[in-house]
Design a binder for this molecule. Structure first.
Ligand code: NAP
Length: 488
């Protein structure tokens, strides 16, 4: 995972926080239409932030007790008359019932906070619909990504960003100013056409996790089937032994590390492919294919899923001795040894293999935990680019190397034992080594000075076969210009 990826702000739009044109607005009167959950939380936060609040309800008498005493609760028309900025905390389907207020709303700013129940539910966004109903008003879309709970608990406990868009710069600035006083970070999302995108944001279900999750599930299914054939189906067909009991723990526990290990290597493989492409074309300005772009963007999630599988593997492994089947096998082994009168069963090589295997496994898991923790936005934001890239890139690669050692010490000489080839299928760990070893080998090749230098030059803008203009200072201090081939 590269620093660039993770250090990126949540949304690639301009944050309006610290904008000198935004001036304090506390003390101003803000209107809220509606008296539901959102309206109530909004009124509480506005009052706490120093604003005067006037709530417009169809039934003010009944609703007044739900609001803080500092907020005035009155009829909709009365509320609208007292302020220039009105939050419309009403569902889209009820917007038309507000049309009676059209005359008193002329020239006012309406803040559309509404959300939909489905992505792209309507042809036009709710904000555009509101604007079409009230052409004499200025509509600003905003605050819909903030929940009533976040409003109540204060900006520090929830998402701090408030996405704002409008066709009117002045109105957008006014709403941004209010958001800032309330402790939120206003983010300018541009003109009203962005409203649809803003309304879709709260409805998206982990969009960045879809591909990595399918990838992890796909790998899990493949390795699970492979292990099932080797550990359960093979003994049943060859020796009529029922090993079905192995499925819930043993088969799962041999599958999880395979997924974790391969996923970890898939975090670093796209970087290797990108470097190969840059070396081949001799430029960094050529676009990567879409699939590689997508892959590069999902490295954080792939890494976190790798950590998740590795953590599960650790827990499963710790629980192995708790199983009844394990206890039976231990007793069976002890009885067998007693019958065969074997006194010393200590195998030095096996002891060392196991000690090293567990130790490197623990180190690999420790490093993966560090990578997972530093990919959390709050931690990532506290690191500078170098620290972040050292942890995610260098330590991440070391984690891959240590995981490879863990896999090799697990396999030891089993790859050369023909009894391990069930149905001629090689042991699972030999398959998992394929991608990680390719990545490690490629990284070693890229670290050779001749290749590293070329890659560095390309990443600093050098291009194969391109003539570049240069400007050199002369002995007299004047500058002379010329052209040279950057290939030289
Ligand atoms: P709610 O609890 O159902 O409140 C809606 C309010 O709309 C009612 O209390 C009602 O107040 C008012 N209203 C005005 N005309 C109406 C009509 N003809 N029929 C029914 N009600 C009418 O909903 P909410 O959760 O506060 O949500 C309000 C808006 O905020 C929605 O657009 C929603 O998408 C948006 N939003 C909510 C959240 C959240 O966490 N709840 C988060 C983001 C955005 P009166 O009876 O006093 O007129």
């Amino acid at each position: 995972m590269t620093g660039g990826d993770m250090a990126k702000p949540l949304l690639g739009h301009r944050s309006m926080e610290g904008d000198p044109s935004i001036t304090p607005a506390a003390g101003r009167t803000i209107g809220v239409l509606g008296s539901g959950d959102f309206a109530r939380s909004l009124a509480i936060r506005l009052v706490c932030s120093g604003f005067k609040v006037v709530v417009g309800s169809r039934n003010p008498k009944r609703k007044a007790s739900l609001f803080p005493s500092a907020a005035e609760v009155t009829f909709q028309a009365e509320a609208v008359k007292k302020t220039d900025v009105i939050f419309v905390a009403v569902f889209r389907e009820h917007y038309s019932t507000l049309c009676d207020l059209a005359d008193v709303l002329v020239g006012k700013i309406l803040v559309d906070v509404s959300n939909n129940t489905e992505i792209n539910h309507h042809k036009e966004s709710n904000a555009e619909y509101l604007a079409s109903l009230f052409p004499a008003c200025t509509v600003v879309k905003g605050f819909n990504v903030v929940s009533a709970w976040t409003l109540q608990s204060g900006a520090r406990d929830g998402n701090k960003q408030v996405l704002i868009c409008s066709n009117n710069q002045e109105a957008k600035r006014t709403v941004a100013e209010i958001a800032q006083v309330m402790g939120f970070t206003p983010v300018d999302m541009g003109c009203m056409r962005s409203a649809c995108e803003i309304e879709n944001i709260p409805l998206r279900l982990l969009p960045a996790w879809k591909i990595p999750t399918f990838l992890a599930l796909g790998l899990f299914l493949c390795f699970f089937t492979y292990n099932l054939i080797r550990q359960v189906i093979h003994p049943y067909i060859r020796e009529q032994k029922n090993k079905l009991y192995k499925i819930p723990i043993e088969v799962v526990n041999t599958t999880l590390p395979c997924v974790a290990y391969v996923m970890l290597s898939l975090v670093y493989l796209p970087g290797v492919l990108a470097a190969c492409s840059q070396l081949y074309y001799g430029t960094k300005y050529r676009r990567f294919p879409d699939w590689l772009d997508q892959w590069l963007q999902h490295r954080k999630q792939i890494g976190l899923l790798s950590f998740f599988c590795a953590a599960l593997h650790a827990v499963y492994s710790l629980c192995l001795p708790m199983r009844r089947s394990h206890r039976y096998q231990l007793i069976e082994m002890a009885v067998k040894q007693a019958v065969e009168k074997k006194m010393n069963i200590w195998v030095e090589e096996e002891v060392w293999r196991m000690e090293i295997y567990i130790s490197v496994g623990i180190i690999a898991l420790g490093l993966l935990s560090l990578l997972a923790i530093t990919s959390l936005p709050s931690i990532a934001n506290s690191l500078n680019w170098r620290e972040f890239s050292f942890i995610q890139s260098t330590l991440g690669f070391i984690a891959l190397v240590i995981s490879t050692l863990h896999t090799l010490t697990y396999g030891w000489s089993r790859a050369f034992d023909e009894n391990q080839y069930k149905f001629y299928l090689p042991p699972t760990y030999t398959l998992t080594l394929l991608v990680p070893c390719t990545v490690i080998l490629a990284k070693v090749i890229f670290s050779l000075p001749c290749i590293q230098q070329r890659l560095l030059r390309i990443r600093r803008g050098w291009e194969k076969g391109r003539y570049v203009k240069f400007v050199l200072p002369s002995a007299t201090g004047e500058y002379s210009s010329g052209e040279t081939s950057s290939n030289v």
